[in-house]
Structure formats: structure tokens, C-alpha cells
Design a binder for this molecule. Structure first.
Ligand code: SF4
Length: 395
């Protein structure tokens, strides 16, 4: 039986292996296996799994990659993640990848997909448009067409036909994966001292670069290990961190928030892995329709999605209520338009409902956390010392 520390260490190595060794080793075991890289935020990995592929999350270089060439590709006033992804590409970290998916979240990602085409990365590059219309026979059909074009490209690579049976099987495995991650978050909500937020981050992020079957085993073991008491609670406030759904915060930042007197009980760091809320219907004759239907009806909220008829501020309040948090930390990447355009709306809602919040910016390679530690520490102290607990009926 592995120890919790052993599993977390293994996950940390996997999560930040910018050579993608595990994914490459997996691919080398069978002739028709393929690797498809995908950028944040969300991509239905089930369809690649069903085609005997591994969808590998490309989340940037974080603070593990020195950016030299990548800076030359972009102006100074945009976020950091495309620079590190270009740097990784130029340094041949994606040499064994067969294709790349760029989900439509902002102009930066759109431009990055163009750069990958110019650089000749992979055998196909797909800018994947998500529907802005949430009516099944309009937005749903459009999205289905988009996914089918991905499947057509993949078929050209390895000739594996995605049958309903194969796709239903893949959907089932990812349903299990999301359920297990939800259980992890639910246990942390009750007992956040049993596993740090940085540990959770490493465990979930490892799932972006290894087969889902292996990740499900890891999650099952972790849930078993934190199902029993492993420590004791500390005098910390409970916070929700929001804004880091695309460019990832450095792990040092996550640790700093918890060291400064907070338990992070909810976040949007690796939102793609938890994007669909609940199960996708399985064992159907048309599983692609189940995937598109789930996107239309069961997506979480994010600044990267048009929230027609389902305002994000109301959904944020609901999440605050569910996770019983004491305050909100708005932490967005510098120059992230989607996050920064939404934050005033969400912060106004917090103000109106008397919910305490603070706000700061980061970059994936931020290395100095002193100022953030002081800010978060003051936030935590002020809530502990002077604030009334949030009553749910006030929300
Ligand atoms: S961090 Fe924000 S602006 Fe940058 S690519 Fe991601 S969503 Fe776009």
C-alpha cells in the first residue's frame, strides 16, 4: 500500500514533467496510440480516449521553464501562458505529440493556435469553437460538428473507429474520474487539514498527463487514505479562490495562501477536470450527443463561457454557500481579459451580499510571495477577529 506522501510526491513529479515521459511511454506501447495535446480550459477527453489516444493537458511551463524565445512571439501586455507554451514547442517538448486542440476561450489562445500552425507542430491543429447558443438543436448540433471534425482528424492518424461502444466505455471512465475528484473536494471541505491544497493540486494535475485508468486508481487510493483522520484542524479561515482557470498559479502561491491563514476549500485551478457537473449519460446509442448535451446542460461556470440566462454571479453565490466559505480570493493571471472583465461583476455581488474578498494578480512564474502573504494574512486575521460568520440566508 502506498503512503499518502508517496502518492503526492509521485503526482507532483508527473504533474510537472515537461517532457511528458509517462504519456510518451504509454504511446510507445502500441502502434496505433496517439497523443493529443489540449490547452485549458475544457476539452472532452473522452473522445480521444475512445480513439485509442491520450489527451494530454498543456498547462504552460509554470515556474519550471525559463522563457527566452517565447517572449519574442508576444507583446508585453498579455498573459504569460502562451509564451511558455511557445517556448516548450520551440524546445521540442511536444515532439511526440500528434495533434493539438485549442479550445476557444480568448484571442490569445486563438493566436497561439495560429502560431502552432506556422511552427508546423503536430499533424493537425484544431481551434475548437464551443457553442454560445445553449439550445440543443442549434448550439448542440454546432458543437457536435466541431467534435466530429476532431474525430475525423484523429481517424486520419491511426484509423481507429470510434464506435458507440468504445465511446460509452470512455465516458464511463471519465464519469468515475470526475466523481472521485468531487469526493476529494468534498472530503477537503469537511477536513481541509488532511491534505493541503497544493497536494490536491498535484494529484488532480497528474491526471492531465497520464491515462484516466491510472488516475482513477491514484484517486481511489488517496480517498481511502484521507477517509481517516490524519491531523487536526488549525485556526484558519475557509476561502474560495477564483480566476485561475487557464494560466495556472505557481504552486508556491497556493502554498502561500494556506500558510497565511486560509484553507482553500474551492478553486478553479484545474477546472477542465471538473467542468461537467455530474455524470455524462452513458450506454446510449449516440454517446457523442450525450457529450454535447452534458456541455449544454451540466457545465460549470467560468469567465471563459458566455453565461446566457445563467449569470455567473448567482452561481458564484451558490458555490460560496455550498462550500461554506468565509471569504473569496480573486486571483487572476496578469492581463487575463476573460477573468478581469468578470471580476468587477462578481466583486460587486460579493459587496452587495457582504461577502469579504481580496484581489490580486499573478503570473505562472511569479516567484515572490511576500506581499501576497501579507495581504492574505491580513485578510484572514480581519475575518477571524472581526467578522460575523456568513449566514446562508443572507446570500
Ligand atoms: S490566461 Fe486568460 S488571457 Fe491568457 S490565454 Fe488564458 S484565458 Fe486567455
Amino acid at each position: 500500500m502506498n503512503t499518502l506522501n508517496g502518492i503526492v510526491t509521485q503526482c507532483e513529479k508527473l504533474a510537472f514533467d515537461l517532457s511528458f515521459k509517462r504519456a510518451r511511454a504509454w504511446k510507445s506501447q502500441e502502434k496505433d496510440r496517439i497523443l493529443i495535446g489540449h490547452m485549458p480550459v475544457y476539452f472532452p477527453r473522452e473522445i480521444i480516449h475512445a480513439a485509442n489516444g491520450l489527451a494530454v493537458g498543456i498547462l504552460g511551463g509554470g515556474d519550471k521553464k525559463l522563457i527566452i524565445k517565447g517572449d519574442a512571439y508576444y507583446q508585453s501586455y498579455i498573459c504569460h501562458i502562451p509564451r511558455s507554451i511557445v517556448e516548450l514547442a520551440l524546445d521540442k517538448h511536444f515532439a511526440d505529440f500528434d495533434g493539438f486542440i485549442f479550445p476557444s476561450i480568448c484571442d490569445v489562445i486563438r493566436n497561439l493556435s495560429g502560431m502552432f500552425q506556422l511552427l508546423g507542430e503536430g499533424k493537425f491543429v484544431k481551434y475548437l469553437d464551443f457553442p454560445q447558443n445553449f439550445v440543443s438543436n442549434i448550439g448542440g448540433e454546432f458543437y457536435r460538428y466541431e467534435l466530429q471534425t476532431v474525430l475525423d482528424e484523429v481517424y486520419k492518424l491511426n484509423g481507429v473507429e470510434v464506435t458507440p461502444q468504445r465511446l460509452n466505455h470512455s465516458i464511463g471512465l471519465f464519469n468515475i474520474n470526475r466523481n472521485l475528484i468531487k469526493q476529494l473536494y468534498d472530503i477537503r471541505q469537511e477536513f481541509p487539514w488532511r491534505l493541503s491544497a497544493a497536494d490536491v493540486y498535484h494529484i488532480v494535475r497528474a491526471g492531465y498527463v497520464i491515462p484516466v485508468e491510472e488516475h482513477n486508481e491514484i484517486l481511489t487510493q488517496v480517498i481511502g487514505l484521507i477517509g481517516v483522520e490524519t491531523g487536526s484542524p488549525m485556526d484558519k479561515i475557509r476561502v474560495l479562490v477564483i480566476g485561475a482557470f487557464c494560466e495556472q498559479p505557481p504552486v508556491g502561491l497556493i502554498r502561500t495562501i494556506e500558510l497565511a491563514g486560509c484553507y482553500i476549500v474551492e478553486d478553479d485551478f484545474l477546472l477542465g477536470a471538473r467542468w461537467i457537473q455530474g455524470d455524462i449519460e452513458t450506454n446510449t446509442a449516440d454517446p457523442l450527443k450525450s457529450i454535447t448535451g452534458a456541455y449544454l446542460e451540466k457545465s460549470t461556470f467560468s469567465s471563459s463561457v458566455y453565461d446566457v440566462g445563467n449569470p455567473k454571479e448567482a452561481r458564484l453565490l451558490k458555490l460560496i454557500q455550498q462550500r461554506k466559505v468565509d471569504g473569496v480570493i480573486f486571483a487572476a493571471p496578469s492581463f487575463c481579459d476573460p477573468a478581469l472583465l468578470d471580476h468587477p461583476i462578481l466583486q460587486k455581488e460579493c459587496n452587495d451580499k457582504n461577502i469579504r474578498f481580496i484581489s490580486f494578480l499573478f503570473s505562472e512564474n511569479t516567484g515572490q510571495f511576500k506581499v501576497i502573504k501579507e495581504q492574505v494574512g491580513t485578510f484572514s486575521d480581519s475575518i477571524k477577529l472581526w467578522d460575523e460568520p456568513l449566514a446562508n440566508d443572507k446570500l
